[in-house]
Design a protein. Structure first.
Length: 154
């Protein structure tokens, strides 16, 4: 499971999504959720894989039950994060995707595109993602197959 609604969150972004990360971080803090911010900490150009790896690594190692990644499109961060064992990162640009990635996929990293959606929609997506539980049942057997695929690769 991706954790309870008040569990700590690890968050990271690249320069393109820095302003949105700050908005998301403020929302989480105001909601009483502890946030570990691995950066970036400005709009100066950086390489997004470094920050994606920090967040995905923290989730993969079990240090954090869930994480949030942001970059310009969200695509690069999704690619990076899903290379880590046990990570199920979902790029969500709408509420339906945010809800379904939790219900059916138990997504433990939410990815947002800072140049794709506005900050108001980002917060609504975040609320939907945080507020939706994994349904389990038939979906659990499908998630179990993810683990088997990871084992085949090692």
């Amino acid at each position: 499971m991706a954790g309870s609604k008040k569990d700590p969150v690890i968050i990271g972004c690249d320069h393109a999504a820095y302003p949105m990360k700050e908005t998301v971080k403020a929302f989480l803090t105001e909601a009483g959720i502890e946030v570990s911010d691995v950066g970036t900490h400005s709009e100066d150009s950086v390489d997004y894989p470094d920050f994606g790896a920090d967040v995905a690594g923290g989730v993969s190692r079990g240090e954090y039950p869930r994480g949030i990644l942001l970059c310009g499109s969200g695509i690069g961060m999704s690619i990076v994060a899903n290379r880590f064992p046990g990570v199920r990162a979902a790029l969500c640009n709408d509420l339906f995707s945010a809800i379904m990635c939790r219900k059916h996929n138990d997504a433990n990293i939410l990815v947002l595109g800072g140049r794709v959606i506005g900050e108001t929609l980002a917060i609504e997506i975040l609320k939907a993602w945080l507020g939706t539980d994994f349904e389990g049942g038939r979906h659990q057997s499908r998630l179990d197959k993810f683990g088997k695929l990871e084992d085949m690769q090692s």
